[in-house]
Design a protein. Structure first.
Length: 164
Protein backbone atom coordinates (compact mmCIF):
# COMPACT_ATOMS: atom_id res chain seq x y z
CA UNK A 1 0.00 0.00 0.00
CA UNK A 2 1.29 3.44 -0.91
CA UNK A 3 0.32 6.37 1.30
CA UNK A 4 0.54 9.86 -0.16
CA UNK A 5 1.34 12.18 2.74
CA UNK A 6 0.42 15.20 0.64
CA UNK A 7 -3.15 13.92 0.39
CA UNK A 8 -3.69 11.86 3.52
CA UNK A 9 -3.84 14.38 6.38
CA UNK A 10 -4.37 11.70 9.06
CA UNK A 11 -1.17 9.79 8.27
CA UNK A 12 0.68 13.05 7.64
CA UNK A 13 -0.41 14.43 11.02
CA UNK A 14 0.56 11.28 12.88
CA UNK A 15 3.92 10.97 11.10
CA UNK A 16 4.91 14.56 11.68
CA UNK A 17 3.89 14.48 15.34
CA UNK A 18 6.70 11.94 15.72
CA UNK A 19 9.14 14.30 13.96
CA UNK A 20 7.89 17.20 16.09
CA UNK A 21 8.37 15.27 19.34
CA UNK A 22 11.97 14.42 18.43
CA UNK A 23 12.69 17.95 17.21
CA UNK A 24 11.30 19.61 20.35
CA UNK A 25 13.21 17.20 22.62
CA UNK A 26 16.46 18.03 20.86
CA UNK A 27 15.79 21.78 20.69
CA UNK A 28 14.71 22.01 24.34
CA UNK A 29 17.29 19.45 25.56
CA UNK A 30 14.51 17.78 27.50
CA UNK A 31 13.68 14.06 27.35
CA UNK A 32 10.40 14.54 29.22
CA UNK A 33 8.44 15.59 26.14
CA UNK A 34 5.87 13.08 24.91
CA UNK A 35 3.19 12.60 22.28
CA UNK A 36 -0.02 12.18 24.24
CA UNK A 37 -1.16 9.29 22.05
CA UNK A 38 1.62 7.16 23.55
CA UNK A 39 -0.26 6.87 26.85
CA UNK A 40 -3.98 6.37 27.38
CA UNK A 41 -4.10 8.98 30.16
CA UNK A 42 -2.07 11.59 31.98
CA UNK A 43 -2.04 9.33 35.04
CA UNK A 44 -0.54 6.46 33.07
CA UNK A 45 2.23 8.71 31.70
CA UNK A 46 2.97 10.26 35.13
CA UNK A 47 3.02 6.84 36.83
CA UNK A 48 5.23 5.28 34.14
CA UNK A 49 7.89 8.01 34.44
CA UNK A 50 7.38 8.47 38.21
CA UNK A 51 6.80 12.21 37.83
CA UNK A 52 6.02 14.35 40.87
CA UNK A 53 3.28 16.83 39.92
CA UNK A 54 2.72 18.07 43.48
CA UNK A 55 3.95 21.55 42.55
CA UNK A 56 1.58 21.93 39.61
CA UNK A 57 -1.85 23.47 40.07
CA UNK A 58 -4.88 22.76 37.87
CA UNK A 59 -3.97 19.09 37.32
CA UNK A 60 -7.66 18.30 36.69
CA UNK A 61 -7.66 20.70 33.69
CA UNK A 62 -4.58 18.98 32.29
CA UNK A 63 -6.29 15.59 32.74
CA UNK A 64 -9.47 16.85 31.03
CA UNK A 65 -7.56 18.35 28.08
CA UNK A 66 -5.01 15.55 27.75
CA UNK A 67 -6.67 14.02 24.66
CA UNK A 68 -6.81 17.37 22.84
CA UNK A 69 -3.07 17.98 23.13
CA UNK A 70 -0.61 16.56 20.61
CA UNK A 71 2.55 16.86 22.71
CA UNK A 72 3.08 17.56 26.41
CA UNK A 73 6.29 18.78 28.04
CA UNK A 74 7.32 18.37 31.67
CA UNK A 75 10.09 20.68 32.86
CA UNK A 76 11.75 18.98 35.80
CA UNK A 77 13.48 20.62 38.73
CA UNK A 78 15.90 17.67 38.64
CA UNK A 79 15.88 14.18 37.23
CA UNK A 80 16.52 12.46 40.57
CA UNK A 81 13.30 13.56 42.30
CA UNK A 82 11.43 14.05 38.99
CA UNK A 83 9.60 16.98 40.52
CA UNK A 84 7.86 18.90 37.73
CA UNK A 85 8.25 22.69 37.82
CA UNK A 86 6.07 23.42 34.79
CA UNK A 87 4.01 21.79 32.05
CA UNK A 88 3.84 22.93 28.43
CA UNK A 89 1.63 21.96 25.51
CA UNK A 90 2.18 21.72 21.76
CA UNK A 91 -0.32 21.61 18.90
CA UNK A 92 1.23 20.14 15.72
CA UNK A 93 -0.09 21.26 12.35
CA UNK A 94 1.14 20.24 8.91
CA UNK A 95 0.54 21.82 5.55
CA UNK A 96 1.66 21.20 1.99
CA UNK A 97 3.65 24.23 0.86
CA UNK A 98 1.60 24.82 -2.33
CA UNK A 99 -1.68 25.17 -0.43
CA UNK A 100 -2.57 28.77 0.33
CA UNK A 101 -5.21 27.94 2.96
CA UNK A 102 -4.67 28.86 6.56
CA UNK A 103 -3.96 26.28 9.27
CA UNK A 104 -7.24 24.73 10.48
CA UNK A 105 -7.91 24.19 14.18
CA UNK A 106 -11.13 23.02 15.76
CA UNK A 107 -12.83 25.79 17.70
CA UNK A 108 -13.11 23.61 20.81
CA UNK A 109 -9.37 22.87 20.70
CA UNK A 110 -8.62 26.57 20.31
CA UNK A 111 -10.82 27.40 23.31
CA UNK A 112 -9.02 24.80 25.43
CA UNK A 113 -5.59 26.15 24.50
CA UNK A 114 -6.72 29.68 25.33
CA UNK A 115 -7.95 28.42 28.70
CA UNK A 116 -4.57 26.79 29.40
CA UNK A 117 -2.84 30.07 28.51
CA UNK A 118 -5.17 31.95 30.89
CA UNK A 119 -4.15 29.53 33.64
CA UNK A 120 -0.48 30.36 33.04
CA UNK A 121 0.59 27.34 31.00
CA UNK A 122 2.86 27.69 27.98
CA UNK A 123 1.16 26.64 24.74
CA UNK A 124 3.02 26.42 21.43
CA UNK A 125 2.03 25.67 17.85
CA UNK A 126 4.42 23.56 15.79
CA UNK A 127 3.98 24.45 12.12
CA UNK A 128 5.38 21.90 9.68
CA UNK A 129 5.40 22.66 5.97
CA UNK A 130 5.92 19.76 3.58
CA UNK A 131 7.94 20.54 0.43
CA UNK A 132 8.91 18.50 -2.62
CA UNK A 133 11.68 15.90 -2.48
CA UNK A 134 11.12 14.83 1.12
CA UNK A 135 11.99 18.21 2.59
CA UNK A 136 10.03 20.01 5.30
CA UNK A 137 10.35 23.02 7.54
CA UNK A 138 9.49 23.00 11.20
CA UNK A 139 8.90 26.14 13.27
CA UNK A 140 7.54 26.66 16.77
CA UNK A 141 5.38 29.67 17.67
CA UNK A 142 3.64 30.90 20.79
CA UNK A 143 0.10 29.68 20.21
CA UNK A 144 -1.55 33.04 20.80
CA UNK A 145 0.88 34.81 18.43
CA UNK A 146 0.33 32.52 15.41
CA UNK A 147 -1.97 34.49 13.08
CA UNK A 148 -2.53 32.10 10.17
CA UNK A 149 -5.40 30.12 11.68
CA UNK A 150 -8.95 29.32 10.64
CA UNK A 151 -11.27 27.86 13.26
CA UNK A 152 -13.68 25.03 12.42
CA UNK A 153 -16.72 23.97 14.41
CA UNK A 154 -16.83 20.42 13.05
CA UNK A 155 -15.60 18.48 10.08
CA UNK A 156 -17.20 19.92 6.92
CA UNK A 157 -18.61 22.99 8.74
CA UNK A 158 -18.02 26.40 7.27
CA UNK A 159 -14.76 27.90 8.50
CA UNK A 160 -14.81 30.72 11.00
CA UNK A 161 -11.93 33.16 10.97
CA UNK A 162 -10.02 33.38 14.22
CA UNK A 163 -9.97 36.53 16.29
CA UNK A 164 -6.15 36.45 16.55
Amino acid sequence: MIIDLKKDANYRGYSFEIFAERYIRKKRKNNFIFRTDRFKSLKQLVDYYRLDLSGISNIEIIEDYYYNVDIIEFVLRDTDTRRVDSVGFYEVKTKVHKRKRLIEIYKKTDERYKRLIQLGFIVKLVNIILFENWRFSINIYNYKDFKYVVLRNKKFDKNLISDY
